[in-house]
Design a protein around this ligand. Structure first.
Ligand SMILES: [Zn+2]
Length: 78
C-alpha cells in the first residue's frame, strides 16, 4: 500500500454517513428508546437504521425501515 492510497480511502468513506443521518445524542432534544427487535436480530449498524417516532414514549427509536413496534412500550402506531 502506498501513502497515496491511505489518504484517498478514508476521504471517501467518511463523507457518506455524515451527510444524511439523524442527529445523534442530545442534539435533537428527544429521548432515545433503543433499537428495534428486527434491527437487533439483523445485527444492523445505526447508520443503516431508520429513526422511528413513538408518541407514547415521546421519543425516537431506531430500527429496520419496515419495523413499526416501539422497543420500549410495544406501541405500533407511531
Ligand atoms: Zn414507545
Amino acid at each position: 500500500m502506498t501513502p497515496a492510497d491511505e489518504e484517498r480511502t478514508p476521504a471517501v468513506v467518511v463523507r457518506f454517513p455524515q451527510s444524511r443521518t439523524a442527529p445523534a445524542g442530545s442534539a435533537g432534544g428527544y429521548k432515545e428508546l433503543g433499537i428495534g427487535a428486527m434491527a437487533r436480530h439483523l445485527n444492523m449498524r445505526k447508520s443503516q437504521m431508520t429513526g422511528h417516532w413513538c408518541s407514547r414514549c415521546n421519543g425516537m427509536w431506531f430500527g429496520y425501515a419496515l419495523e413499526v413496534e416501539c422497543p420500549q412500550c410495544g406501541n405500533r402506531h407511531g
